[in-house]
Write a protein that binds this ligand. Sequence first.
Ligand SMILES: [Fe+2]
Ligand SMILES: [Fe+2]
Length: 322
Amino acid sequence: MTTQQIFDLAIQVGIKNDPRGKAEVARVLKKNRRDFRELSKKKQAEYDKEKFVNPYSDSRFLSGDKNKKVKRVLVGIDIDSAEVILAKELERSGKPIDLIIAHHPEGAALADLHEVMDIQTAVLARAGVPENIGEGVLKERLEQVWRSISSANHYQAVDVAKILGIPMINVHTPADNCVWKFVDDYISKKKPKTLGEIIDILKEIPEYKKATELHAGPGIFAGSEKSRAGKIVVTGMTGGTSGSEKIYERMSHYGIGTEIAMHIREEDRDEAIKHYINVVIAGHIASDSLGLNIFVDELEKKGVEIVPCSGYIRYSRTKARS
Ligand SMILES: [Fe+2]
Ligand SMILES: [Fe+2]
């Protein structure tokens, strides 16, 4: 596979597992083309045309040769300058890295992270929270996220990869869509009645089992083992980053009993408790790993060797099946 083929495959896997559904994603891409046509020439020149084919603003081909043949990839949750140097070091030990795959956004993908947050509205709508409410609550938070990211040094690690000549991409929401779909399906099949049962079910999944051994497994952040779960929604798994704390009051009104998320901010937890919503935290890095694993398995099937780093818990479902 080439570097570009790997990136394109990531986008396809993301669309396949997208909570909005394929048709809605196609509509969004079409709308981007329409919006572009209506822009002034000056604005068109600044427009990121990647948006015609890639619905994930937080996932980008960051730097390097797009036609390079890939035998071995370095995959990590956070790729910092240190991991890029590590990729270069591996060359010396006879294991050259052809492509670096980061999960968390960097470069342009970090600058535009807020644009994928709309997916959260779709996740909540599936659980019965009307779209106008999901969208309205999220609006302010979206701008807040954009402002808070704007001061970052977005291209620091990307620049190191560029200087060393190692191609680099990042796959954020496509992988997060995979973990969302996997956990959502898994939980709906098992129908847990209490929070304790949710924790037990999550720990059946290899990534969460491993994370438990590493002292970073699933935990109850609001409620107790014996608390009734009520209606469960797997939110806070995809859609960029944490949503707005204002959503908990609405979730409560629309009959949601328990939220399962990757991680939670203190202000969100406080609101959840205030509105009697239970919170089960599956674990941040374990959840990110699970999502990445589902995508990376597709590369492994095509003969690409995976070198995990930066907290990434690699578990191969391809190898487990064979
Ligand atoms: Fe993630
Ligand atoms: Fe993450």
